[in-house]
Design a protein around this ligand. Structure first.
Ligand code: NAP
Length: 336
């Protein structure tokens, strides 16, 4: 089998290697990988900033769509021939996160899926939605579930509420699509014309150029007649949190998801308590939420927005494209 592995942090690209084929054990499934979605997190794993103590060589990435080739003793959840997706946190099936569940994530600390074949616990797999090709289905385990877990599980998003999404990366566009699906109004920001066009196409009522309008929190409030938004899908981190707190309504939720502009910034806690703002940390989500989301996506045939799909031999170019920030939606790798 072939795999891409990180041999040195900071090299900005993994190295393609031949490895012995993995062997299934009890409770496990051998999966032939058909497509892998890249996430911003994978860039940080490559750099060594996500977990500098990760033992190298290491196969990165968490999100696969594939086909079960063989199952080990005791497996009932999947069978040979099934189309499957990986569950991001392998041991988080349902319920609250625990330290062990949060440490069971693919692509760090557990070995990742950027390989032609992987062996995973059958409990860490879900059935892929039949209506989606592999290159689109592989985007669901991390980016889509993060948006769903925030807005639906924690946020109990209601029709008629307003959701603010930042930028046009994977998480934000899924958040916009899920919000529209559930009858909410979407306000979006983007630094690029293609991103703003996509937000308009998805039905956003207000779209802001976040570069021309760095005080966009005020613009968002104005767009909601001064009320503020019910949900902020906060992916920017250090540079966006202050604006998010300006944009959110009293009693609203800031879903703390990403750190695209850094993780450390001092901010005024007073508006948080004075306005009863909820700040909700999100760490992707459990398997039962992934399955609930897939049922909803199947019912509405929601189409993930894939910016570009690269071949397995083009993995370095795929990471370079993700790093460039020019993408709108997901960047994927398709295997033969
Ligand atoms: N906590 C979790 O469970 C979880 C799960 C998934 C992702 N994340 C995190 O969420 C963030 C987004 O992940 P992703 O995979 O969706 O990333 P991505 O697909 O790489 O999205 C990047 C896009 O975000 C926008 N952006 C970049 N810097 C920004 C800034 N300072 N302010 C606002 N927007 C900015 C840009 O869009 P425009 O050019 O259109 O503005 C950029 O193209 C990352 O920090 C990631 O680690 C967290």
């Amino acid at each position: 089998m072939k795999a891409w592995q990180i041999e040195a942090f900071g090299a900005l690209s993994p190295v393609q290697v031949e490895r012995p084929a993995p062997v299934v054990g009890p409770g496990q499934a051998l999966v032939r990988v058909r497509a892998v979605a890249l996430n911003y997190r994978d860039l940080r794993v490559l750099e060594g900033s996500y977990d500098p103590r990760l033992a190298l060589p290491f196969v990165p990435c968490s999100d696969l769509a594939g086909e079960v080739l063989e199952t080990g003793p005791g497996v009932r959840r999947v069978k040979a021939g099934d189309r499957v997706l990986s569950s991001f946190a392998q041991a988080w099936v349902a319920g609250r996160p625990t330290q062990a569940r949060l440490r069971s994530t693919l692509g760090s600390p557990l070995p990742g899926v950027l390989a032609t074949h992987v062996v995973l616990d059958a409990e860490g797999l879900v059935h892929a939605p039949a209506y989606l090709p592999d290159e689109a289905a592989c985007t669901l385990p991390c980016a889509a579930l993060t948006a769903w877990h925030a807005l639906v599980d924690h946020g109990a998003l209601q029709p008629g509420q307003t959701v603010l999404v930042q930028g046009t990366g994977g998480v934000s566009l899924f958040a916009a699509q899920i919000a529209r699906l559930l009858g909410a109004t979407v306000i979006g920001t983007s630094a690029k014309p293609a991103g703003r066009a996509t937000l308009h196409a998805l039905g956003a009522s207000t779209v802001i150029d976040r570069v021309l309008d760095p005080a966009w929190g005020k613009t968002v409030r104005a767009a909601t007649s001064g009320l503020g938004v019910d949900h902020v899908v906060e992916v920017g981190g250090a540079q966006t949190l202050a604006q998010s707190l300006r944009a959110v309504s009293p009693g609203g939720i800031v879903h703390v998801i990403g750190v695209l502009s850094g993780a450390r910034e001092s901010f005024d806690v007073l508006p948080v308590l004075m306005n009863e703002v909820r700040m909700q940390g999100i760490m992707v989500g459990p398997r039962d939420s992934l399955e609930a989301m897939i049922r909803a996506f199947c019912a509405h045939r929601l189409m993930p927005i894939v910016d570009r799909t690269f071949s397995f031999d083009e993995v370095p170019a795929a990471f370079a494209h993700l790093r460039s920030g020019t993408h709108v939606g997901k960047v994927c790798v398709a295997l033969p």
